[in-house]
Design a protein around this ligand. Structure first.
Ligand SMILES: Cc1cc2nc3c(=O)[nH]c(=O)nc-3n(C[C@H](O)[C@H](O)[C@H](O)COP(=O)(O)OP(=O)(O)OC[C@H]3O[C@@H](n4cnc5c(N)ncnc54)[C@H](O)[C@@H]3O)c2cc1C
Length: 197
């Protein structure tokens, strides 16, 4: 992007995201002012599964990999790295299945066992952070991001969030949040997010 161009994006769990983005570009005081007279030269849109892995990712003759298996980070929706890990493990299991000439559900179960043992801990934590974020009001969400920025966490998430172990980042986040008043007000939803289903 340059002085004269910008990427503008909207992530939402509500329906009609592109309509909502267009509405914001037209009506939001800052967005409208900064984009007045501009031209849209490319639109990119897509759905991102926000809740983490689905329950079963294999069946007879089938292994599900990537977005369709929910192998995405619930905090950011990033699925390139996790999908790649899932793909590698599925490839290894596929080779084993060919050698054994066994493509049954029972044999392919090992695929799920392996990718879960590699990704689950991180995904569990991230899913909890996501559930907490989903319960914040707009005001609390602003406070949340202010804290992230003030404590340098935002920069760390931007720097390492798409590549590194986000579990450690999530723990640091929770330890930091406890020092702020909005954390107390959102304590029940944090407990539900941490210990609920
Ligand atoms: C706007 C946007 C930005 C993103 N940014 C990032 C990012 O910065 N970092 C990151 O890690 N992740 C990002 N993601 C998520 C990432 O793109 C996905 O997690 C990843 O591409 C999933 O890979 P996949 O192979 O599972 O699915 P896909 O990449 O969606 O591939 C599925 C393929 O299957 C094809 N297909 C579908 N149905 C059929 C059919 N019936 N027959 C044959 N082919 C079919 C589709 O055309 C597609 O090519 C972003 C997603 C979006 C939407």
């Amino acid at each position: 992007m340059s002085e004269n161009s910008a990427k503008i994006g909207l992530g939402t769990m509500k329906k009609g995201a592109s309509r909502e983005l267009e509405r914001m570009i037209k009506n939001h005081p800052v967005l409208h002012q900064r984009t007045e007279g501009s031209e849209i030269y490319r639109r990119i849109a897509g759905r991102i599964p926000p809740t983490g892995p689905i329950k079963t990712t294999y069946s007879d003759n089938i292994m599900l990999v990537g977005d369709v298996a929910g192998q995405t980070k619930p905090t950011t929706g990033g699925g390139v790295i996790l999908g790649g890990i899932g793909g590698k493990i599925a490839g290894e299991v596929a080779a084993e299945a060919i050698r054994a000439e066994d493509y049954s559900r029972k044999f392919l179960k090992r695929y799920q066992k392996r990718w879960r043992s590699e990704m689950s801990r991180n995904l569990w934590l991230q899913r909890r952070v996501r559930l907490y974020m989903n319960n914040l009001s707009d005001k609390q969400m602003n406070s949340f991001f202010n804290v992230l920025e003030k404590k340098g966490l935002l920069a760390d998430i931007e720097k390492h969030g798409d590549v590194d172990d986000q579990g450690k980042l999530a723990i640091r986040l929770l330890l930091t949040l406890q020092l702020y008043p909005f954390y107390l007000r959102t304590f029940p939803s944090l407990m539900r997010a941490l210990f609920g289903k």
